[in-house]
Design a protein. Structure first.
Length: 288
């Protein structure tokens, strides 16, 4: 088996704890700055308090090609609120004042290049970020990026897909650290009713080429999805379903009361998913 060079971050420590307990982790994605950065701060703390194991903070971008309509609209709202990459990194530092939840900065490479790779890595690490996932950066183009981020003790997380060959999955795993993000289906992000039938086979292929924790995303939204993933993956990534909760509560009128309502809805969603993860654990323990 092969895997990327391992560094010790809050991410690796959290996955070690999950492995010890045999529990499926929940990775929660929200877009930073939707509807405001102050609201995002509240949302992150609510998600962490409800049991989210890792937070992915989306960096708003004008052309989010990998994202479906729900997250596209969130990026538009965040950009309309004038959210910048520098502000998102500052927000991480503010969150660190009251929470040690692992945080991944999730986005596209253009804003990082605009800031400058060294400055981005240094400020992100100083603020308390743990890892970075750049959706449009390929392993072949990532040498300098990985060198700089690793030097600042930041995990470099890459995406594997159902279309990836075994050789390609091995290459992706080799340059990854923290965890391997496995896309459950082709296409863009978005909540779905059912998981793909071929997902277990994809997970088995990924297991053969890495010892990294594997998180499955794209289409994960329901407790039933989490129950199915228990015993197959190490974590479920939930994004569009959470962003939808924020949109429903705040898009028309982002008042303090509506932001509080969104926080409560996010917490309730994560608690239900964590309960499903624990239920799946108990079922596996009694299975013959």
């Amino acid at each position: 088996m092969t895997s990327g060079a391992q560094i010790v971050t809050r991410i690796s420590r959290r996955f070690d704890a999950l492995r010890e307990s045999g529990e499926l982790g929940i990775v929660a994605y929200i877009t930073a700055g939707d509807p405001t950065l102050a609201a995002t701060h509240k949302f992150v703390l609510a998600l962490a308090d409800a049991g989210a194991d890792v937070i992915e903070l989306g960096i708003p971008f004008s052309d989010p090609l990998a994202d479906g309509p729900t997250i596209q609209r969130a990026s538009e709202r965040a950009l309309k609120a004038h959210t910048t990459l520098a502000q998102v990194i500052e927000l991480v530092g503010e969150i660190r004042a009251s929470s040690e939840v692992p945080i991944v900065l999730f986005g596209y490479y253009n804003p990082v290049l605009q800031m400058g790779l060294e400055k981005f890595a240094a400020t992100a690490a100083s603020a308390g970020a743990d890892g970075v996932l750049i959706t449009d950066l390929t392993p072949e183009e990532s040498d300098e990026y990985r060198h700089v981020l690793t030097a600042h003790n930041l995990d470099t997380i890459f995406l594997g897909a159902p279309t990836s060959t075994d050789e390609r999955l091995a290459k992706i795993a080799k340059v990854s650290s923290g965890f391997l993000y496995l896309i459950s289906r082709t296409g863009v992000t978005g909540a779905k009713d059912a998981l793909p039938d071929d997902l277990p086979a994809l997970l088995r292929r990924a297991r053969r080429v890495t010892q990294l924790p594997i998180a499955v995303g794209f289409g994960i939204s329901l407790p039933g999805h989490v129950s199915v993933l228990g015993g197959l993956a190490d974590a479920a990534v939930v994004g569009s379903a959470l962003v939808s909760e924020i949109e429903s509560a705040t898009a028309a009128n982002p008042t303090l009361a509506n932001i509080d309502a969104a926080s409560a809805a996010l917490a309730a969603r994560v608690r239900s998913l964590k309960e499903a993860a624990r239920h799946g654990l108990s079922r596996r323990e009694v299975a013959p």
